[in-house]
Design a protein around this ligand. Sequence first.
Ligand code: ADP
Ligand code: MG
Length: 250
Amino acid sequence: MQPAIAVRQLTKTYAEGNTGTVALRGVDLDVYAGELLMLMGPSGSGKTTLLSIMGCILTASSGSIWMAEKEITQLTEKQLPAIRLEHIGFVFQGFNLFPTLTAGENVELMFDLKGLAAKAAKKRAAELLDQVGLGGKCDTFPSDLSGGQKQRVAIARALAGDPGIILADEPTAALDSHTGKNVMEMMSELAHKRGRAVVIVTHDSRVLSFADRIVKIEDGAIAGPGSSLLEPVPAGMLAHNFSQPTVNLA
Ligand code: ADP
Ligand code: MG
């Protein structure tokens, strides 16, 4: 099975005056459709940086990422948003909802970006909110929603483009156990029932049981199991058959 995302020797250095902060120092990672992968690591280890580059929000310094038969690391900053809109659903750590828009409008926005007519966008947004259990909350503003409800609006928005890849940065960090579990059940369903590739950054040990695979990142590099596919990507990578690594977490 080909990976939905293949990351090879990815590096990122943030420029800061004369010096720079090296956030990623050669990351290799494959993520498959139908799996829920958890990316864990201490604060500052590069999790958000890696997820942002995979999500076409940030560009890498070197290395490559393949997705949807494209090497996205070869694309210009202008080309990235279109790829992102088509393939990626991103759930941010702090929800990132627009406070002046209702829950419905926050989701509708994505359909507008995709060029859907206003009426259809509204209908689809309502359907999606219904799917995440917020059917009655279309006209509610984020300030009147609980943390868990905001997170579910953010998930509905991430799903609006029907993306094959879902990336979530600490989606349960701000939630109580029960709500966190609900969010994880939703993520797990996306992977297992709808065949999405789901990557979740977390250091929430309460949700680890939802992982099909746990990959650890330390100081900008993948540590230990999970880094088992380390051959550099050959030019014809997409024709190759990678075997899916499994890590026994028991
Ligand atoms: P994590 O999500 O694991 O906490 P990050 O990816 O946010 O880690 O950060 C990795 C490293 O990069 C840290 O040393 C952090 O200080 C640095 N960093 C992150 N974002 C920026 C930025 N925009 N500018 C400069 N340095 C940054
Ligand atoms: Mg982070």
